[in-house]
Write a protein that binds this ligand. Sequence first.
Ligand SMILES: Cc1ncc(COP(=O)(O)O)c(C=O)c1O
Length: 327
Amino acid sequence: MEIIRAGEIMLTDPAHQRLPHEPAYGLGAAFIADRFCPLIEATIPITDCGFMHADAVYDVVSVSRGSFFRLEQHQARFARSCDAIRVRNPFGREEEAEILHKIVALAGLRDAYVWWTVTRGLPPLGRGDMIDADRFESRFYAFAAPFIFVADDEQRARGLDVIVSRERVRISPRAVDPRAKNFHWLDMQMALFEAGDRGAEWSVLPDEDGYLTEAAGANVFVVRDGTVLTPDAGCLEGITRESVFDLCAELGIPSKATRVRASELPDAQEVFLTTTAGSIMPVRSVDGELVGGRDGPGEISTALHNHYWERRWAGWDATPVRYDLAI
Ligand SMILES: Cc1ncc(COP(=O)(O)O)c(C=O)c1O
């Protein structure tokens, strides 16, 4: 079985064709605190704590063939992220959804990467104010841009070359809770540079005790004895990860979240990564060794990838974009 070339379909199939939009929204649309603008004009104040201290939570949802995927689940996770870092979302759930719909509509996108955040905002200036969460004025920012795969059709078709980081561990959940999708990225970014240094293209991070946590910006899965396994701690509870559990149930493949030792990765039958901006991304090699002795994606990874896109385009948990909001 071959990987569905979802990126090519998005570019060529009329069902994905972009709708008419103002030329200024060519690169996408944004919402900055209280107003909509072209993405190219979107800026934030330099003193925003999100920028200065990575003091922010965010979420990313995708749109394909004109519909959001699992929008409610993304919004619910975002609300939990806000609570976890004690930041107040200035908008309620419906207002937030309307902003997300409108930025996609303004840009006329049928396939979109939709990102939004609430930052701690501008710091209060008085003495002692930094210890009072209520004294900060949080700020909401969002943008929608054309969907681009973080691993393109060719990479997903041949499988990614991945390393297990030796230089970095994922930050401890006691330091920064990875279940709150947050701006802390340095551990993952440095591990990505390590992948580049070692001739690979992606990185997976262990914790201090050698257990797998997640990949840079993605969850990690291994297939062992026909069962699909993913770490149960130290990672973001990815919406694509959750979708993999659902797809496995539909396909009759056993799956569960459990502790997985990083050292098991090279001996797995299959390995794959999941993230909203990449869907299900098969892995070809770990630390230079072919996974399962095979030069290419395994059967289960391919079946899950293809089922994911077939189900999505058939309307799975889909919320049609309200394109009328652009008028
Ligand atoms: C650290 C991290 N883990 C996992 C994921 C995957 O989550 P989702 O499937 O919800 O996109 C992401 C997505 O950006 C992430 O940043």
